[in-house]
Design a binder for this molecule. Structure first.
Ligand code: GLN
Length: 206
């Protein structure tokens, strides 16, 4: 199986390293494909959208003709995980945009996101997160993080900070406002692989 990481912009290499270690930890048979073009997208069974700059990412998705195919991939039930700017792109609605207001999200999940809720770089912070099934807490690193200000009734909240959701799932879509690729702990990537890709495939087969 091939798992894609959108590699147009942002912290791609960190996700490659963390996803590789998650694949190894779980003993899975999977390869990673860096997705820049449509032929690479059509090869993959799941996609990870990294953090970076949502304005740039949104523009590049359109420029390289990936915007609509990613929507189709999600609608076909393939798993997609977005972190930080990736989470912004998954939202159905964006509010209070600072700076350029021309981010058109993919609208794959029933959440409303405030793009720059935590202001600029200096407002970055860390929080221990309690995530179901994780055992000990996970270190959440928030960098110019967006906030999820509203979730629809079909959205499951997996982790929160001060009662605000920071990790949410709606069927095949997973969104996080923090950066799980910046630490030596691949449990969020393992969750994506195990709960959203491999177990689902297995269930379909039996
Ligand atoms: N707030 C940033 C944006 O609008 C995202 C920051 C990040 O991905 N670290 O894209």
């Amino acid at each position: 199986m091939e798992i894609g990481i959108l590699a147009l912009q942002g912290d791609v290499s960190e996700h490659v390293v963390t996803l590789k270690s998650a694949i190894k930890e779980l003993g899975l048979d999977a390869d990673i494909v860096e997705v820049r073009r449509i032929n690479q997208l059509s090869q993959v069974s799941a996609l990870l959208i990294p953090g970076g700059e949502s304005t740039t990412l949104a523009k590049q998705l359109k420029r390289f003709g990936l915007f609509q195919p990613i929507k189709e991939m999600a609608n076909a039930g393939k798993p997609i995980m977005g972190t930080c700017a990736g989470c912004i792109l998954l939202a159905s609605k964006l509010v209070d945009q600072i700076g350029p207001r021309d981010v058109e999200p993919l609208a794959l999940m029933d959440i409303t996101v405030n793009r720059n809720a935590y202001g600029r770089q200096k407002e970055s912070f860390e929080r221990p997160l309690k995530i179901p099934g994780f055992g000990h807490s996970f270190k959440g690193i928030f960098i110019r993080a967006p906030s999820i200000v509203e979730v629809g009734e079909n959205v499951e909240v997996l982790a929160s900070v001060n009662n605000e959701p920071v990790m949410v799932r709606q069927n095949n879509i997973l969104a996080l406002t923090f950066h799980p690729e910046l630490i030596l702990d691949s449990r969020v990537h393992q969750y994506f692989l195990k709960k959203m890709i491999f177990e689902k495939r297995f269930l379909k087969m039996i």
